[in-house]
Design a protein around this ligand. Structure first.
Ligand code: ADP
Ligand code: BMX
Ligand code: ZN
Length: 291
């Protein structure tokens, strides 16, 4: 059985074919459309999967946003160019004529990373620091999705009550300060208008403002991780996403976490499946479900 796996993020759309051993081949990636229309996302997905679909028997999607009964509802529509609603499973089933399942991107990545842990871990949390800040929780070996699909949306917990307003409607969310969009929007002077990727490149060659923007994100993430430890008593936290995996970022988060009291600290590591955690998680869930 071959599964077409798709990862819908705020910055990029990725797809691949997964065999029954979860081996991924023919990975492709295109930018997420900046338009707020559902038609633009539909057209981009059609372009992405066109060369792969004839070889698949089913589809599994990991997507940014709250995924409930196959429908995507953005918690922060700013991350999807303003798009707040997309009938994911219905659209992809129509496009491919194949059975389809969908789950939140960070929840999917959590499941993939949980399955790659070698030690006897039953309680873990995954965080993605990417366009937004997403997450997922495994508690006593079970992936929590919640009644409404909201479980693990740590990006929308409070970082600073005096902070900027988040696209979700709250003020001072972790996401608005620590995410790729958050890092970019705090840039001033020569760095104003730069992407987070460009800011990392400037930091690497000694730009102090770029370095301070990254440190602010790492500090916010470390405080979030301390809160997560206190709430869940998880045995480890795994960090992914292009910011989370960027050179030197996790080291800074660890340094900030070391400033917290011992009881709030937890072992941290980078995602083993790197940028493919969402795709791998979708493939894993497809294999576990009969559809
Ligand atoms: P998505 O949110 O679509 O899943 P990513 O995980 O790639 O995508 O996160 C996108 C964010 O990461 C953007 O803000 C982008 O500028 C930033 N980014 C991409 N590549 C890098 C990199 N090599 N180093 C630092 N930041 C990066
Ligand atoms: C946002 C939210 C989450 C998502 C997280 C990371 C939307 C559209 N997305 O908090 O559902 O998991 O971003 O998403 O409200 P990514 O695009 O950065 O991978
Ligand atoms: Zn928010």
């Amino acid at each position: 059985m071959t599964t077409l796996v798709i990862d819908i993020g705020g910055t990029k759309l990725a797809a691949a074919l997964a065999d029954s051993d979860l081996h991924l081949t023919r990975r492709r990636e295109i930018p997420t459309p900046a338009s707020r229309t559902a038609d633009a996302l539909y057209a981009a997905l059609a372009e992405l999967i066109a060369p792969l679909v004839s070889q698949a028997q089913r589809v599994a999607v990991a997507s940014t946003g709250i995924i409930k009964q196959g429908v995507l509802t953005a918690l922060n529509p700013d991350n999807l160019g303003g798009l707040s609603h997309f009938p994911l499973v219905e659209a992809i089933s129509r496009m491919t004529q194949l059975p389809c399942i969908a789950i939140n991107d960070a929840q999917a990545a959590t499941w993939a990373e949980y399955h790659s842990l070698t030690t006897d871990i039953r309680d873990m949390v995954f965080l993605t620091v990417s366009t937004g800040v997403g997450g997922g929780i495994v508690s006593n070996g079970k992936l929590l999705t919640g009644t409404e699909g909201l479980a693990g949306h740590f990006g929308h917990t409070l970082a600073d009550p005096e902070g900027p307003r988040c696209g979700c409607g709250r003020t001072g969310c972790v996401e608005v300060m620590a995410s790729g969009r958050g890092i970019a929007s705090a840039a001033r002077g020569d760095l104003a208008g730069s992407t987070a990727k460009q800011i990392f490149a400037h930091a690497a060659v000694g730009n102090l403002h770029a370095q301070s923007l990254i440190l602010r994100s790492a500090r916010v993430l470390a405080r979030l991780i301390a809160d997560i430890k206190v709430v869940t008593d998880c045995q480890c936290v795994i960090v992914g996403g292009s910011i989370g995996l960027a050179e030197g970022y996790l080291r800074q988060v660890k340094t900030c976490l070391d400033e917290e009291p011992e009881v709030c600290r937890v072992p941290l590591s980078g995602a083993k499946h790197q940028h493919d955690a969402g795709l791998r998680g979708a493939a894993l869930l497809a294999r576990e479900m009969t559809f």
